[in-house]
Design a protein around this ligand. Structure first.
Ligand code: ZN
Ligand code: ZN
Length: 411
């Protein structure tokens, strides 16, 4: 018997470097993780450069790579993927941005880049979608709320380019920047003009909106400015099913990962209580993945919380969350006909609070894999495994071969 389905479980930012708080161990090494260790013991292990050795991956480029899409060929910036993740239908050629609601003071300086971490901007977003008019420029747009203070914008129209700067000054106390084209192509100039106009009109709507009047009355910072960044043109992605002959779903709280899944044609399955933080509904996500495997042959499941803890430099919290993840994985231990792959998308060492190029551990578990001698899931032990050191782009071909779906090369 060989497996016929693939569950790709990506533990975002799971791997690390030695942490002082953990006596020189990584959070994975320090954690008690009987489930992951059993998966490692029964599977074939290795370490993986999700892009290439020495390349520090973003979550977007690494996930593309893990899905077998070379980011060097298809990655055009974070904006269009965020827009997809927020639910905007992105057609090739549309320009996507991610953005957030912010607070600008009467002196024209940014007071709060997250508008007091405002929650639920649906009303504000809808007012902007109704009220802003870019028809003078021949441009139409979609503006959608994201999680919390976040939002996404997509512009469409002829002659729009993706090469524009952001208006985000990145620091409070400074005035917002001007959108500028980074080339002298008229397309990029037009996009910069459309952004300027969009933000100007949106600011007028936001200033007098009842939601902001109430916020001011309560002493909360009004959401009276939009900051846009991550401009990119929506590219072409060969659909996953056409490429591999199997269809799939994506389960993730992070809009960026949802967007990547949608870009390649995976169906997004929302899960109640999935937050992308260490407080997320882990059991709900695992249960949803198990359910999806009954009707799909591929599921991408992303668990984000460990990355968040790492960006905050909290090694102990990361270790604790890894242990929580481990307990939630019990239902995956006896999945039938399924190749279970567990890996990171990049390392996020707590010591640097950022992504690093250190390779991530990877294990493939299921019928037919050649079990090696590794019986512990961590950055160091997995390096002794049968997969050796692979690249992210090799993962899908290896998995497809193990479910007998790989094309033969040659006669
Ligand atoms: Zn990530
Ligand atoms: Zn991260």
């Amino acid at each position: 018997m060989t497996a016929s389905k693939i569950l790709l479980l990506v533990l975002d930012g799971i791997s690390d470097r030695p942490c002082r708080e953990l006596g020189g161990l990584t959070p994975l090494q320090a954690a008690e993780i009987p489930c992951l260790d059993r998966i490692a013991a029964e599977g074939v292990c290795g370490i993986m450069d999700t892009i290439a050795p020495g390349i520090r991956p973003g979550s977007d480029t690494s996930h593309l790579s893990l899905l077998g899409y070379d980011p060097r060929q298809c990655y055009t910036g974070r904006g269009p993927l965020e827009a997809l993740g927020c639910g905007i239908r992105m057609e090739p050629g549309m320009i996507g941005f991610r953005g957030n609601f912010a607070t600008i003071g009467e002196d024209g300086r940014v007071r709060d880049r997250r508008a007091g971490r405002i929650q639920n901007t649906a009303e504000l977003t809808a007012a902007i979608q109704r009220g802003v008019d870019l028809s003078r420029l021949g441009v139409t747009f979609h503006f959608c709320p994201g999680a919390g203070h976040r939002a996404a914008l997509a512009l469409s129209g002829s002659g729009l380019g993706p090469n524009v700067t952001s208006n985000d000054p990145k620091k409070e106390g400074l005035p917002p920047l001007e959108f500028r084209p980074t080339t002298d192509r008229p397309e990029d100039m037009k996009t910069a003009e459309a952004c300027t106009e969009f933000v100007r009109q949106a600011a007028r709507i936001l200033e007098s909106h009842p939601v902001n009047r109430q916020r001011r009355a309560r002493g909360e910072p009004p959401a009276n400015l939009l900051l846009l960044r991550g401009a990119g043109v929506m590219g072409h992605f060969e659909p996953f099913e056409a490429r591999y002959g199997i269809s799939g779903s994506v389960i993730a709280a992070a809009t960026l990962v949802v967007g990547i899944g949608r870009a390649v044609g995976l169906e997004h399955i929302p899960v109640e209580g999935a937050t992308g933080s260490t407080k997320t509904n882990l059991n709900g996500k695992i249960a949803a993945a198990v359910r999806e495997l009954e009707r799909r042959r591929f599921v991408l499941l992303n668990i984000k919380g460990a990355d968040e803890a790492s960006h905050d430099g909290k090694a102990l919290e990361k270790k604790g969350f890894i242990e929580r993840i481990d307990r939630s994985l019990i239902p995956l231990l006896d999945l039938e006909e399924t190749l279970l792959i567990v890996c990171g998308d990049h390392s996020t060492p707590c010591s640097i609070r950022e992504h690093s190029a250190d390779p991530v551990p990877v294990v493939i578990h299921g019928e037919g894999v050649r079990t090696d001698r590794v019986d512990r899931f961590d950055e160091v032990t997995c390096a002794y495994g049968g997969l050796g050191r692979i690249r992210g782009l090799s993962l899908m071909p290896i998995a497809l071969d193990l479910i007998n779906m790989a094309q033969k090369y040659g006669a």
